[in-house]
Design a protein around this ligand. Structure first.
Ligand SMILES: *Cc1c(COP(=O)(O)O)cnc(C)c1O
Length: 399
């Protein structure tokens, strides 16, 4: 199809022919590609009668791959962050800065422990917090910052770590969407003090459900493990256990660890393919008027767990949600992104209306963005069709 023909084609939303019809759909992230070794390794755990400790192996493997010394695997990332906050003893009177754009799991544990979640605004182009936006909300009560590597791109960590050192604040990286993403030769989760992961079925490394906290600091890992796995107890050897603090059983299973170890073997190739495909797509849409492509800073790798497609809305007759409907009708299923503004969608938070007002960049970014789960299963033809869809819809709605 030439551009001239595209302009004349009516949108699928208005009854025209879609670029990709329902009998020739674009691939979706699920069903996930499972490593051929996964089933055999799960079988080994079962055959051992639960005597194989694959969880320790998985902790070591993820920590090493991410550039940290130790890991503690837990039930999911919501539990990992809860255990960081609880294990390190942050609570009433303490403030924890959290990226304004994220998932419930980044904030639940902060609220649960009675600390105050303080939201930092973002860079309007990337949707990520920066040292500048964090500095605006630091107070004498700030104990930690949870920097979220959203969409698959890492926050600019060097200035963030430098700022945190000056204020004696702990840096927690939320790595859920960016496992093995690169930053100036280092790896996501291994740059700050602690990295927290999700191995949910939809995330880059799926084990069905799971999470982890990694760190170079053995004392930090021991404190998290006591809260997350040992149920607040110290092991007294033959005397049993002494429960001297509140803790939970967020233990991660050996069968899931088996899947995780197997998936870890195929992940680097999957990520490489994902990056190639995302770069091809970005290049194809980069000269479409009014489309703002994801910015990948020098020295970083963007994994595009989600592809964020932004529009300069002044150039169009419709909002992002209408764009999303039209793109979906053409076969590129996507959704508006506003859900990810935490104070907007998390109705239990105090001060949420004032926060939504204050977080101007986060709001602007999300109001002009649609996103979808990008997959390494796309072919070149799929990428080209996705670019055609973006061109067709933006042409139809351009002012
Ligand atoms: C998925 C996700 C979480 C929560 O992870 P769970 O394993 O589902 O608890 C937290 N933060 C971000 C950025 C996520 O994408």
């Amino acid at each position: 199809m030439t551009t001239a023909e595209i302009v004349k084609t009516s949108l699928a939303l208005d009854g025209g022919a879609p670029v990709r019809s329902a009998d020739d759909p674009l691939p979706t992230p699920r069903p996930r590609i499972i490593s051929p070794e996964a089933a055999g390794m799960v079988r080994e755990v079962l055959d051992s009668g639960f005597t194989l400790d694959l969880t320790s192996d998985f902790e070591t493997a993820v920590a090493e791959a991410s550039g940290a010394k130790y890991g503690v695997a837990v039930a999911n990332c919501t539990a990992a962050i809860h255990s960081v906050i609880g294990g390190l003893g942050y609570g009433p009177g303490d403030e924890v800065i959290v990226s304004a754009i994220s998932d419930y799991g980044s904030v639940a544990g902060v609220v649960m422990q009675g600390a105050k979640a303080v939201f930092a605004d973002v860079d309007v182009r990337t949707g990520l917090v920066t040292a500048e936006t964090i500095e605006e909300v630091i107070t004498p009560r700030t104990r930690a910052i949870i920097a979220v590597h959203f969409y698959g791109l890492m926050c600019d960590m060097d200035p963030i770590v430098e700022l945190a050192r000056r204020h004696d604040i702990l840096v927690v990286e939320d790595v859920c969407q960016a496992m093995l993403a690169g930053y100036k030769g280092r790896v996501a989760g291994g740059v700050g003090d602690i990295g927290c992961f999700s191995f949910d079925a939809g995330k880059l490394l799926p084990t069905d459900n799971g999470g982890m906290a990694i760190s170079d600091d053995a004392d930090v890992i021991a404190a998290i493990r006591k809260f997350a796995v040992d149920r607040g107890a110290d092991d007294l050897g033959p005397l049993g256990r002494e429960h001297n603090g509140i803790g939970f059983n967020y233990r991660f299973g050996d069968m899931e660890s088996a899947v995780g170890l197997a998936q870890l073997k195929i992940l680097p190739d999957q990520l490489k393919r994902r990056v190639e495909l995302a770069e091809r797509f970005t290049a194809k849409i980069s000269d479409i008027e009014g489309v703002i492509t994801p910015r990948v800073p020098e020295g970083q790798v963007h994994l595009h767990w989600l592809y964020p497609l932004q529009f300069d809305l002044e150039q169009f007759r419709v909002d992002a949600s209408q764009m999303g409907e039209a793109l979906s009708a053409e076969g590129l299923n996507c959704s508006p992104a506003m859900y990810y503004l935490i104070p907007h969608s998390h109705k239990f938070l105090p001060d949420r209306e004032a926060d939504v007002e204050r977080l101007v960049n986060a709001r602007t970014h999300l109001e002009r963005t649609v996103r979808w789960g990008f997959t390494e299963k796309y072919t070149e033809r799929d990428i080209d069709d996705m670019a055609t869809i973006v061109a067709k819809v933006t042409d139809a709605y351009r002012r």
